[in-house]
Design a protein around this ligand. Structure first.
Ligand code: F3S
Length: 644
């Protein structure tokens, strides 16, 4: 039987399990990436493993999330990351070099390789023909130490692309369309693989936009073939020798196929507050806009920036709209500057922001109260922008530029018919400007031994967990609804400065939803009572932030019981010794309340035996609720031990 691209790469890297049977497979990881919001903890964990140098082909530590450095904490962390990278054999991408996924696809990623990143949008690398997976920091630290990465044995969802995008319709609209079809729910365990004649009409950065936001589907990753277009991109990046062809066999078997005719797509928009709340721009046009933010790892390529520059050239943004543009990398910023394109963006009235995550993670550019903010990033969860009352819409750069000029939500095709603006067809350049001066290489092994790690006072060794007790007796410390994100559990923004200080950061668990949650947990912990979290559907969706499991572990949380738990968060819970349980009967969610005393008798034995189910006794209500768990033997052992 023929193989798909994903199956070929996985087969090449398989170290445990079978691609066509069983629950999970273990693969060898060639490359890792970490970013500063997750990397300090990953590095601290790596230190505890006692390995003297990373075992991967290449590992890069990026500084892109907290580049504003509002207090000493961020700057201290960045210096720690730099000394760590130099000592342990990683490249360090300095603040200013750009957003990890953009830089990785430009300068590091290569077809046929595996990449594990402590950032949920690591699948961006699928645009260049990699199996690129987002994971928690501890899993990435383990991969840096040479251990395999385990993932559910994937099912392959083929997306058959035909046709060609029309002017004013772009890669973002492709992935928004797919989110409309598949939603953010129910896709766990799948790998999305693009194939068909439409593939070759998309450049690598466009493919990267699609695989980037594929993360919002909740799938393991997304991947494109490596073809002539991939070769052209790598050659333009001066890395032609790293190209290798990679295509699905003609008789490859996909577990499911979705057809998308690119010629039939139109501009799409994700409405508040979920990336799958997608309609056509036409359906909401005319709504007044307060803010437009262009950039983020989804839409910050050279092509995206130049397209925006050419659209706004010689024009001025609407007086009621606050506009910002963040180029994805130093390469993009420098090229747009050298070519005079940046000048058009500045002249039109955009503020030029750093080549960093910035507004996407709520680090600056919080909109005004009740604002309508149009953004090109990939997530519009409630409160992520920094303003809880704001409404965030996700669009392509073309649509964002149109909204900036008109002051209302505008289908960009109207720019041509109503304003006489021709669609600027932007291709990748023949040669990108190559300057890796902010990508610092590691020290040679001999010199590395002499390097002292820098640790500021806010950097605290990570805590470890307790083994699973014989019986789990505890209290429902918090009950939450559907679609709780990792940002709801462990808010980012300014609090990210505590990411290397778990006891401090843990004070803010669920602070946006329930400000007394953490103190209640700590009181229970003091009394020797375990804490239990109850959640609805899609619990833990969003970023790969392992602090959303690590900090609850510190607070004494030992179980999460939900209707469904998102993939990366589930893995993080296991890594930190918290058992992910689901209701056998989802309606039982209604029967259990915050403050209930609960008991799960024989939970340790059930995990040893792998029964797949346990019974929760709600002592307060005098009822019993059947629960399930779906854990491999390896995962059960991890939880029994109290975490990885
Ligand atoms: Fe950064 Fe936002 Fe991407 S936080 S890595 S730009 S999703």
């Amino acid at each position: 039987m023929g193989l798909t691209v994903a199956q070929k790469i996985l087969k090449e890297h398989l170290v445990d399990g079978d691609l066509f049977s069983g629950d999970e497979i273990g693969i060898k990881i060639d490359q890792t990436l970490t970013q500063d919001a997750t990397g300090t903890m990953a590095d601290l964990q790596f230190e505890q493993m006692g390995v003297d140098r990373v075992k991967t082909e290449v590992s890069v530590s990026y500084i892109d999330h907290k580049t504003i450095q509002m207090g000493f904490e961020d700057a201290d962390d960045h210096t720690y990351l730099q000394t760590f990278a130099k000592k342990y054999g990683l490249y360090l991408s300095k603040a200013g070099n750009g957003i990890c996924h953009q830089v990785h696809i430009e300068r590091v990623g290569a077809p046929g390789k595996t990449l594990l990143g402590s950032d949920s949008h690591t699948p961006t690398g699928g645009g260049i023909g990699m199996i690129a997976i987002g994971a928690g920091g501890l899993d990435v630290a383990s991969a840096m130490a040479g251990m395999p990465f385990y993932l559910p044995r994937p099912k392959i969802l083929g997306v058959h692309l035909t046709g060609k995008l029309n002017p004013w319709v772009s890669a973002k609209d492709v992935i928004l369309k797919l989110l409309q079809i598949l939603s953010t729910k129910g896709n766990v365990g799948w790998i999305v693989e693009y194939f068909g004649k439409g593939v070759k009409t998309l450049t690598v950065p466009e493919r990267g936009t699609i695989t980037n936001m594929g993360a919002e589907l909740g799938v393991t990753t997304s991947v494109f073939p490596s073809d002539e277009e991939t070769k052209r991109f790598l050659e333009a990046q001066g890395r032609g020798e790293q190209w290798a062809p990679l295509e699905a066999d003609p008789d490859a078997n996909y577990d499911r196929i979705i057809e998308i005719n690119l010629s039939e797509l139109e501009p799409m928009i994700a409405q508040p507050h979920n990336p799958d709340n997608v309609v056509t721009v036409r359906e909401v046009e005319g709504t007044p806009v307060d803010q437009v933010m262009i950039g983020s790892c989804t839409n910050s390529s050279y092509k995206d920036g130049k397209t925006v520059a050419e659209i706004v050239k010689g024009r001025t943004v609407h007086p009621n709209v606050s506009c910002g543009y963040a180029p994805g990398s130093k390469q993009v910023l420098r090229m747009l500057a050298d070519e005079g394109e940046l000048s058009h963006i500045i002249a039109a009235g955009f503020r030029v922001l750093e080549s960093a995550c910035g507004f996407c993670i709520g680090a600056g550019q919080a909109p005004r109260n009740n604002a309508i903010s149009i953004r090109t990033n990939n997530r519009n969860f409630y409160g992520r922008s920094g303003t809880v009352t704001a409404k965030i819409y996700l669009v392509s750069p073309e649509t964002a530029a149109a909204c900036a000029l008109t002051g209302v939500i505008t289908d960009p095709r109207d720019l041509e018919s109503k304003f006489g603006i021709n669609y600027p067809k932007v291709d990748i350049p023949e040669k990108f400007t190559i300057d890796d001066s902010l990508l610092l290489p590691p020290a040679a092994p001999e010199e590395a031994k002499t390097i002292e790690l820098y640790k500021g006072p806010n950097i605290v060794d990570p805590p470890s967990g307790d083994p699973m007790p014989k019986d789990l007796e505890g209290q429902v410390a918090g009950k939450f609804g559907d679609k709780i994100t990792t940002d709801d559990i462990m808010p980012a923004g300014d609090l990210l400065k505590y990411r290397s200080n778990v006891p401090k950061y843990a004070e803010y668990v669920f602070v946006k939803r329930d400000p007394t949650f953490a103190s209640r947990c700590l009181e229970n912990k003091k009394k020797g009572v375990w804490n239990i979290i109850v959640g609805g559907d899609n619990y833990g969706q969003g970023s790969s932030r392992e602090h959303a499991a690590l900090c609850p572990m510190y607070l004494g949380v030992k179980a999460v019981i939900a209707k469904a738990i998102e993939r990366i968060h589930r893995a993080n819970l296991i890594n930190f010794g918290i058992i992910p349980l689901t209701f056998k009967n989802p309606d039982d969610y209604e029967k259990i309340d915050q403050g209930d005393e609960i008991k799960i008798e024989g939970i340790r034995k059930a995990l040893i035996d792998g029964t797949g189910e346990v019974v929760l006794k709600d002592v307060t209500k005098g009822i019993e609720i059947p629960l399930e768990y779906h854990l491999t033997e390896r995962e059960r052992k991890t939880i029994l031990a109290g975490g990885k």
